[in-house]
Write a protein that binds this ligand. Structure first.
Ligand code: TXA
Ligand code: MG
Length: 351
């Protein structure tokens, strides 16, 4: 397939180029686009054939539902049956932004978007280019992350080109994604709201608005071990680079000591370390995730792809602390490590 590739600067959006991309979506095509979380692969959510093309382009299992993107909550009326008060409160507080809310779906919404569930995921992105695309399309836009299924989500132009050039009708390049991990997914259809996927909007932030908010127990399980997760995406091996990742978790000092021991054991092949700022290792490639977990979130997926590009076969990833962005980072790290987690303990890790 010939993919039309354009570059858009968020601060100076070329309207005529966006019209062209909007028309592709309105006409049943696929357009990859930047958001504040990760790049997405969009189609008209109301067009079942177009939505099915997303699954084909990504190699995504049909039982993993998509998120519908709109510019404002009113625009969700075509896809939801009702807007529960908790959903309205969350959108008021955190949208536009990295938050997705699960609501009862409209009876007429096609099953491809929701994978046959009676609920639908809705998100109001903040990225100006994403919003301009949705407005130009004139329809709600169903969009999963724009990676090939099973690969780390794309957070840079090079990532979305690598995965979607030749598979999407259009690609909008728009620089790096500021958040770097996908949106927080919250289900408000039960008695107590539940976080199905942690992201930039944290449990503490949600509880400030709603009172008690639980975290689905699958959030911290490695992919593949989950039985019947509420968020179908949880059961797939996500974010998995070719390299074998092992997470080393605990207090910073103990984590670094442990990784040095592991490096001295010299596993076969090229070895990489993903470290917070200041970690010095005798590895083939050490990549720095930043000074804190917010930076780690921004850099994680790019680092996983970079290890693969460098032919690294074993990665040891430092992880400390699960407050704030920490839970989102830990969730993605655990999935990329498919259960290989070494706890080195000590209080520092639980700060
Ligand atoms: O930040 C994001 O959310 C990005 C950008 C492009 O907006 N999108 C994204 O989509 O991450 P995706 O498809 O990669 O992840 C959507 C997650 C999946 O884990 C899926 O199972 C879950 O949301 N989901 C979608 N609809 C659902 C529903 N009705 N009930 C429960 N989980 C749902
Ligand atoms: Mg995804």
């Amino acid at each position: 397939m010939d993919t039309k590739i354009i570059e858009i600067c968020e601060e100076n959006i070329d309207r005529s180029k966006m019209e062209e991309m909007g028309k592709i979506i309105a006409g049943g095509g696929l357009v990859a686009f930047p958001t504040e979380t990760v790049y997405g692969l969009g189609a008209n959510a109301l067009d079942e054939t177009a939505v099915r093309r997303i699954f084909a382009a990504k190699g995504r299992p049909a039982d993993n539902p998509l998120i519908v993107h709109v510019c404002a909550l009113e625009d969700a009326v075509q896809v939801v049956r009702e807007i529960p008060p908790a959903a309205a409160a969350l959108f008021r507080a955190f949208s536009p932004g990295p938050l997705t809310v699960i609501m009862p779906k409209a009876p007429g919404l096609n099953d491809a978007v929701t994978a046959g569930l009676d609920t639908v995921a809705v998100r109001i992105p903040a990225h100006k280019t994403a919003r301009a695309l949705i407005a130009a399309a004139g329809v709600p836009v169903a969009a999963p992350s724009g990676n090939l299924s099973g690969k780390p989500s794309p957070t840079e132009p090079a990532h979305i080109l690598a995965d979607m050039d030749g598979r999407a009708d259009g690609i909008i390049l728009g620089g790096s994604c500021a958040v770097g991990v996908e949106s927080t997914v919250v289900d408000v259809t039960g008695d107590i709201p539940v976080i199905l996927r942690p992201g930039g909007v944290t449990q503490e932030m949600l509880e400030d608005v709603l009172g008690r908010v639980d975290i689905d127990r699958h959030v911290l399980e490695a992919a593949g071990t989950a039985d019947k997760p509420k968020c179908p995406g949880m059961k797939y091996k996500h974010y998995a680079p070719d390299a074998e990742v092992t997470v080393v978790e605990g207090g910073m000092h103990a984590v670094r000591e442990k990784i040095r021991v592991l490096l001295r054991e010299r596993p076969a092949g090229k070895i990489g370390v993903l470290a917070y700022a200041g970690g010095v290792y005798d590895a083939d490639l050490t990549l720095y995730a930043g000074a804190d977990n917010q930076a780690y979130a921004r850099n994680l997926f790019g680092a996983l792809r970079a290890f693969d590009q460098a032919g690294i076969e074993t990665v040891f990833a430092e992880f400390c602390g699960d407050m704030g962005y920490g839970l989102a980072v830990r969730n993605r790290l655990y999935k990329s490590a498919a259960g290989r987690v070494i706890y080195v303990g000590d209080k520092e890790g639980k700060q």
